[in-house]
Design a protein around this ligand. Structure first.
Ligand code: HEM
Length: 230
């Protein structure tokens, strides 16, 4: 199983993710675009661009529909952004940042742990809130299996990620060595940490599923907004 998850699955994941995304974008591209101007129409392209960027970064449309959903979405996506930034360290060390703050090895470990737990904690809060929302009476009737599935997958990934920080530490150099080997087509089974195994496995499952799921809004939202907003 280790051989499969560490040496084969990463390549399958990358191929399925890229091919899935290309397929998805091609199907959007082939669809007829709405000619109608949606109300309220922006006065000119600059105003339209401002609206698009504002909506993508600050979720303006969600804010006008539901303040509670907006707050949950902001918490979740801020957590996700911080976690993604933190994952740069799974591939390369950010030495310049540590030397700015004059940190020694112990200091780096403490700061990385504090930042990782903060980022993970924010993302965990957002995921739990979004999942709880699905169980409210109004949402329950319109929720389908996939709605719960992506949130439960995310919960599993966040909890295993945070568990490594709390209970089964893994050395950043160990992960970087493996990741670089894998990215240069010389993968090896060199990590023996059960929690990392499940974190990595679940993350790959979710990444493969992303182009075919509602999570594709990470890509589709900017495209759809800029096509339809006038
Ligand atoms: C869907 C994609 C992923 C999500 C949402 C995710 C999420 C998280 C979260 C929330 C944490 C805990 C907070 C933190 O330490 O930053 C974490 C930790 C971690 N993740 Fe991921 N992760 C993903 C993919 C991956 C992948 C592909 C790898 C392997 C290259 C990975 C390796 C790690 C490691 C090693 C830690 C623990 C860091 C440490 O203790 O030093 N993650 N992840």
């Amino acid at each position: 199983m280790d051989n499969f998850v560490y040496m084969i699955l990463p390549y399958v994941t990358i191929i399925v993710f890229i091919a899935g995304l290309i397929w998805r974008i091609r199907t959007w591209w082939a669809r007829p675009r709405a000619k109608a101007v949606l109300f309220p129409a922006a006065k000119n392209n600059l105003v339209a661009a401002g609206k698009v960027v504002g909506d993508i970064i600050l979720f303006g449309k969600t804010f006008s529909i539901s303040k509670a959903l907006w707050a949950m979405a902001i918490i979740f996506h801020v957590g996700l952004l911080l976690v993604v930034l933190g994952h740069i360290r799974t591939v390369t060390e950010i030495g310049f940042l540590w030397s700015w703050f004059n940190l020694d090895e112990e200091g780096i470990k403490d700061v990385a742990n504090a930042m990782g737990l903060t980022a993970g904690g924010i993302m965990l809060a957002g995921t739990v809130l979004l999942l709880t929302r699905r169980f409210t009476p109004n949402m329950r009737v319109i929720s389908i299996f996939q709605d719960y599935f992506v949130l439960v997958m995310l919960l599993g990934i966040v909890l295993t990620g945070m568990s490594m920080r709390l209970w089964m530490p893994i050395h950043a150099e160990e992960v970087q060595h493996y990741a670089r080997g894998m990215l240069t087509f010389a993968p090896a089974v060199e990590i023996h940490n059960n929690i990392f195994f499940w974190h990595f496995f679940l993350a790959q499952m979710l990444i493969m599923y992303l182009p075919f799921s509602k999570l594709v809004h990470l890509v589709s939202k900017p495209v759809a907004e800029s096509w339809t907003m006038r």
